[in-house]
Design a protein around this ligand. Structure first.
Ligand SMILES: N[C@@H](CCC(=O)N[C@@H](CS)C(=O)NCC(=O)O)C(=O)O
Length: 207
């Protein structure tokens, strides 16, 4: 059997979490390697592109979160076999990644610059992306983003929406998703209440 080790920072979110969740949902055995951010400076140069997540597959180290999501999605039965549905799934994951990158780029800005950049992002790109993602969801039938069933695209969006609604992002109103893309909130709740997802986070809370 293929030996998998997924390495990411030790928190329940971010770029590594959709793959963790997919592997759990698909009952695919893997080593859940969690790095304390304090260890990161010593660890950085051991990764291919000085970034996490990474996935070790039978001793071979690879990276890039959406590539990992596709690979583990296939192992977990959470990636479309149909090429068109796979394309829809990929587009949504890459759009989610775009938003994440734009927000991450504001993290180290000085306070004033951060406020302005985030307010512009919230009113501009993020709103636009959320509206477009909502339109994609509607076009796919309203429940899931591709293949009329749960795929890794839903898990990636689940993390993004949870982050945007969490209130941890200063200057990005935590009710933005609710206001501009209410179907995305319904989607978030749908994914959160799937028994495998709910059970996973109950176990994490108890750990
Ligand atoms: N394109 C990469 C980006 C990876 C990335 O920037 N990861 C962040 C954590 S979410 C990281 O490792 N940051 C630490 C650093 O850049 O030093 C991917 O999608 O995996």
């Amino acid at each position: 059997m293929t030996k998998l080790k997924l390495t990411y920072f030790d928190f329940d979110g971010g770029r590594g979490e959709p793959a963790r969740l997919a592997l759990h949902i698909g009952s695919v055995p893997f080593e859940d390697d969690r790095i304390n951010p304090k260890e990161w400076p010593q660890f950085r140069d051991r990764t291919p592109f000085q970034a996490l997540p990474t996935l070790e597959v039978d001793g071979k180290l690879v990276s890039q979160s959406n590539s990992i999501n596709r690979y583990v999605g296939k192992l977990a039965g959470l990636y479309p076999k149909d090429d068109w549905q796979a394309f829809l799934c990929d587009e949504v994951m890459d759009a989610a990644e775009d938003i994440g990158v734009r927000i991450s780029n504001t993290i180290d800005l000085p306070a004033d610059g951060k406020k302005q950049a985030r307010e512009e992002l919230a009113a501009g790109r993020i709103t636009r992306y959320l509206e477009q993602l909502q339109a994609r969801l509607k076009a796919a039938g309203g429940e899931f983003f591709a293949d009329k069933r749960l795929t890794v695209a839903d898990l990636k969006i689940f993390m993004l929406v949870r982050w945007l609604r969490s209130g941890v992002l200063d200057h990005i109103p935590k009710d933005l998703v609710d206001r501009v893309a209410p179907l995305m909130v319904k989607h978030f709740e749908r994914v959160a209440s799937l028994p495998e997802v709910a059970k996973y986070y109950e176990r994490r809370k108890a750990a």
